[in-house]
Design a protein around this ligand. Sequence first.
Ligand code: PMP
Length: 414
Amino acid sequence: MTTASVDVDSARRAYEELVGRGLSLDITRGKPSPRQLDLSADLLTLPNGEYRAADGTDTRNYGGLKGLPELRRIFAGPLQVPAEQLLAAGNSSLELMHDTVAQALLSTLPGGQRRWADEPRVAMLAPVPGYDRHFNLAERFGIELIPVPMTETGPDLDEVERLAAGDAAVKGIWCVPKYSNPTGVTFSDETAARLAAMPTAAPDFRIFWDNAYAVHHLTEVETEVADILTLCAQAGNADRAFVFGSTSKITLAGAGVGFFGASEANIAWWLGLIALRTIGPDKVNHLRHARFLKDTDGLRGHMRKHAEIIAPKFDAVDRILTEELGESGLVSWTKPAGGYFISLTVPDGTAKEIVRLAKEAGIALTPAGATHPHGDDPADAIIRIAPTFPEQAEVEEAVRGLAVCVRLAAAQRG
Ligand code: PMP
């Protein structure tokens, strides 16, 4: 049953048996599980009446556009941004990316000659497979997305350099530098250095360095990425990087804190614009996060508790795929050392069919193609697995079911 020449009849029988079980499982989105959220239960009672920050600020009141200093200090190291240039904002980094693009369209960036809205064309490089919400956001603003293949060390830099140098419409690149969504790849130092130093035709080119998984290790090894802001500054491109991060998968996904870091000039540009949008962020939330996490070591200890809960789920996906499909020669998959996703590569032209079969069997998967701009994976071969949210037993059942669907789709294709 686990050979490439699996016959259609037995694959179909196995599939019918799967459908007959009436499952209802969901491995679509990278959400923390309730047990992970419980790790931050204390946030629901903090700051426990003590609303004054370290400098005496009454966090209940307006003001403090940059966010609470003690929280920014805790995240300065992990996000590799000096605290003075790191802003703590609302509950989401995606909204910061959204607003950054919107502001760049409407107000000339440091180093730029005109607003992006006044350019005849604006394009961004989209490493694929990548994060669907980055792509959706760019599409919503009419920004063209140019796919660039991901490699084991980050986006294909020869391709990135060629496109960035050759086309002034190319204004930026989406990057998830550590434990990338969905491949789990961490950018090599060389990748980061080349991104920081490469010539770009656009003077206001920006690296959207979305370090969403900066501290989200699954093993004892705490993988590091290069410090992009310093590399950019050393290369004479101090304003090139925008750094994003958040506590969404550290504390409470819906009630965390988003961070934005950049050069002094970029931060001044941003603060001037954002001051029109808000009088200040939710500093009470910042304060309770600072009290809860305490310091960078507190953050590290907290992340180890997450790993204890989710690493077994990642291990189960790997073990079951190996047991069910390892010998088949049909698929390959990533074994990430951190982050939230596993990327499964299935035979060309079968990903959509597998997702459809799984859905009919009560197993919800991220739509095939979501990892590519416009939801279009030309090879129709990538499926993203997000094992964190369901219970351990559900993950196992979903992946066994997924294997049945892979075998049927492959057999039907012949
Ligand atoms: N960036 C990446 C790479 C992500 O995977 C996610 C969550 N899936 C986000 C950003 C969203 O972050 P936030 O909750 O801070 O908006």
